[in-house]
Design a protein around this ligand. Structure first.
Ligand SMILES: [Zn+2]
Length: 248
């Protein structure tokens, strides 16, 4: 990782996550207190599946408001946030709002929404075109199933060599090493990346391709001992993530 490591976090969320709500301004305060000065942020409220057009519109507006709240708080701290538009097929949203005035990048989770069908394929393609034209990054969740294996999107990595895809979580290491060797436009992040995977990637010579990313505050959600979402609790969680990574 470069000298920016730990002050730049490429993988941060806020919003509704199952039964807990991570207030955008609170997340920003916890980041600031943890030493983070630049972050890519997206809202987990995007995971809620709308049951109607009206609900989809409502959710989209709500997510935009969350972003504005986070940006306002970050402005007070002189932090730089890059809002990622979390694209979900069938949320009836257009990519028009991803024009750099607020959203300046994408988050894609291949298991949230139908990415396999025509709508999903078209959306993925349109996202790549938008990212290419505007030099926006795409943060792509990766996992070990066929649905979220990074290999599934290999054609896009090849067809859009000027788009930076950040393979979140680096699952799995063997596949990541293979893809890093083939495509220079790929980076990875450390969020929930198992220590042995990180080592494997570094041994293959790809340490400079790794970004510090945490998935915070999902780190809190996974390790919580209570449902309290307060500044001290979030701060402690971020520090713990940092320490455990440093002890790899
Ligand atoms: Zn995430």
């Amino acid at each position: 990782m470069d000298s920016e490591a730990f002050t730049f976090d490429c993988h941060v969320h806020f919003g509704q996550y199952y039964h807990l709500y991570y207030q955008p301004s609170l997340v920003v305060r916890a980041l600031y207190r943890s030493g983070v000065r630049r972050a890519w942020v997206s809202s987990t409220t995007s995971c809620i599946a709308p049951s109607s057009f009206d609900e989809a519109q409502y959710l989209s507006r709500h997510i935009d408001e969350e972003m504005r709240e986070a940006l306002a708080k970050a402005g007070k701290y002189n932090m730089t946030l890059v809002p990622l538009y979390w694209a979900v097929p069938k949320r009836y949203d257009s990519l028009e709002k991803v024009d750099g005035s607020m959203y300046a990048g994408f988050k894609i989770h291949p298991k949230i929404g139908e990415w396999g069908g025509k709508i999903g394929n078209n959306l993925f393609h349109d996202i790549c075109v938008c990212a290419s034209e505007n030099n926006f990054p795409i943060l792509l969740h990766t996992g070990v199933d066929a649905a979220d294996s990074p290999a599934r999107f290999e054609d896009y990595f090849a067809d859009f060599p000027d788009v930076t895809f950040v393979l979140a979580h680096c699952r799995n290491a063997r596949e990541i090493v293979r893809l890093f060797g083939k495509y220079e436009n790929l980076l990875g992040d450390t969020a929930f990346c198992p220590p042995d995977s990180y080592e494997q990637i570094c041994r293959a010579g790809f340490q400079p391709r790794m970004l510090w990313g945490t998935d915070f505050p999902i780190t809190h959600w996974c390790n919580r001992t209570s449902d309290a979402v307060t500044l001290p609790v979030l701060f402690k969680n971020y520090r713990k993530t940092l320490y455990s990574f440093n002890s790899f």
